[in-house]
Design a binder for this molecule. Sequence first.
Ligand code: NDP
Length: 329
Amino acid sequence: SRQIVLASRPSGAPTAENFRLEEVDLPRPGAGQVVVANRVMSVDPYMRGRMNDVRSYVPPFQLDAPLDGGAVGEVVASESPEVPVGTTVLHGAGWREHAVLDAGAVSAVDPALAPKSAYLGVLGMPGLTAYAGLMAAARFQPGDTVFVSGAAGAVGSMVGQIARLSGAARVVGSAGSPAKVARLRELGFDAAFDYHDGPVLEQLRQTAPEGIDVYFDNVGGEHLEAAIATLNTRGRVCLCGAISQYNATEPPAAPRNLALAIGKLLSLQGFLVGAHQGMAPEFREKMAGWLAAGEISWDETVREGLENAPQAFIDLLAGANTGKMVVSL
Ligand code: NDP
């Protein structure tokens, strides 16, 4: 069986040399354990932070140890009556072809209800991030004008569509290519722009002439500064991600206009999906309804083979994905 280990810690953008493919013996389950043959695994932006040797809300990856992250697979050996062979499960031991896990560390998912990869995206962690970040952190209200960055990605594309379906007055998204901007219009965004086409502030003012009430921040930096300048009184920000900084080796300069938050009575709310697991049942019910009614579309970018997982991760940070980036094994 094969796995990917962290060979060295990246400085700046990760490269192929930071990863190593290893062959290991096919593991056997102990009492109460299962062996899962992974079929699809997730690469996510937060993994970049875990490659640095710093304490954070999740511990860093260890050198020469397999990476981990969300994955869905089939139980191929079981020493647990609760999780028999053949069960499709979601768990946190990706980046390997086979995972040995305690039965309590896997959750069964229904592969007849949705493709396995959906549990890593639209029905999974990124979907909940979008829903809880918008509703709980940004305290979305019908009639709000919503701006979301990283809008063509796994989280951002859901934020925009959920906002539209929940009664937003206007939904604006930014993304990194003309094709992504065109896709956002197809997804029902009222306006979208490519942040490479000019200063974010100018483009945001053009696409949201009445200002914005909610900013869902996936990017940080210049985007956050532009949003602070554009937010209306009592505007709310969900600080979800700052991907423009994840490869940075120097501290960022923006936002330089944070003091505007005082006079505009802005709320800037840090967000971690792990702190909002209580909203998962409500989220799953709503999302299942929207999907069944054909009201939400979801994209994914699929790479084939464990050996290509490092490149999928490198490319994710560079914007090669539309929707959720996954690796099928
Ligand atoms: P995405 O699917 O959005 O993929 C990442 C995208 O980031 C790329 O496709 C790229 O798109 C964009 N990007 C990369 N570099 C830059 C840059 N310098 N400026 C602007 N955009 C850039 O990933 P996710 O949907 O999984 O995650 C989106 C964000 O949400 C991330 O910041 C992530 O860390 C955060 N997150 C936070 C969670 C939490 O609990 N707080 C949970 C899950 C995600 P483009 O072509 O548009 O540049």
